[in-house]
Design a protein around this ligand. Structure first.
Ligand code: F6R
Length: 249
């Protein structure tokens, strides 16, 4: 895991855009997994403003709330269209979304897994982090080997997302997420500091689903100073950021 500590949200978005720029330079039609939520908004705005060529890229969304069909104003599909995909220069049909209103969610989940496989797998999965350590809607206690499936939201998540939030989601599993070739997790603000500490320095445990990132060989965890405030090894990571250009010198 590479922990990148930047001064503020804007600098977090810049560092994340740099990872995406390098991905596009290395592969013409990369497959990207997309989180929703507040955290990636600055990155998504930066991607749209970047002038990078996303015309050959393909996209999968990470999760969706159950009961919200494609046209529902609160659906994650609408969110990703409005905040990223419209205006990104992506090709028509380049994005595949989980359908929260599908009549058979188990089947929807299985077809989604098959579609990811058919696309050759995900090259870069963008992730946020719940205050309770969730990734996607894999709440504490989720199997570290889980696949895309319906999953109930826990109390803390419902409190964070607001009283009208559906109780159920359909989400990529932790096993699904770990199959992406690289993971890019963003976390900002003091409210995420404890979850960030558990992801980066805590024990590997289904009680902190994000700690599963410790199993993955290529993780960028990009945080602002507030979210890094509980990291015991923050100084180490700051030094690495300043000095990594020296590798091989
Ligand atoms: C959203 C998702 C969630 C969020 C997390 C943080 O697609 O999968 O795991 O990333 O709840 O949400 P924000 O960014 O709003 O704090």
């Amino acid at each position: 895991m590479e922990v990148i500590i930047r001064p503020d949200e804007g600098a977090v978005a810049e560092a994340a855009l740099d990872v995406i720029g390098r991905l596009l330079a290395s592969k013409r039609g990369p497959v990207m997994g997309l989180a929703t939520g507040r955290t990636p908004l600055k990155l998504y705005a930066a991607m749209r403003a970047s002038g990078l060529d996303f015309s050959a890229a393909r996209f999968f969304n990470l999760d969706e709330l159950v009961g919200l069909g494609p046209e529902h104003p609160d659906s994650f599909r609408r969110f990703l269209r409005a905040n990223l995909l419209d205006g990104l220069g992506a090709a028509e049909g380049a994005a595949r979304f989980l359908d929260g209103a599908a009549p058979d969610l188990e089947r929807e989940a299985a077809e989604y897994e098959a579609a990811i496989r058919a696309a050759g797998g995900i090259d870069l999965q963008i992730l946020g982090l719940g205050r309770n350590g969730h990734i996607g809607f894999n709440e504490p206690g989720s199997s570290l080997g889980s696949r895309t499936r319906p999953k109930a939201l826990d109390k803390e998540t419902l409190a964070d997302y607001g009283p009208d939030t559906p109780r159920f989601s359909v989400t990529m599993g932790i096993g699904t997420i770990l199959e992406a070739r690289a993971l890019l997790m963003l976390a900002t603000g003091e409210g995420k500091a404890e979850a960030v500490r558990r992801v980066a320095e805590g024990p590997l445990s289904s009680e902190t689903p994000g700690s599963a990132l410790q199993l993955h060989p290529r993780v960028y965890l990009i945080v602002d100073e507030a979210a890094a405030s509980r990291l015991a090894r923050a100084e180490y990571w700051r030094w690495v950021w300043e000095n990594k250009w020296r590798v091989g010198q």
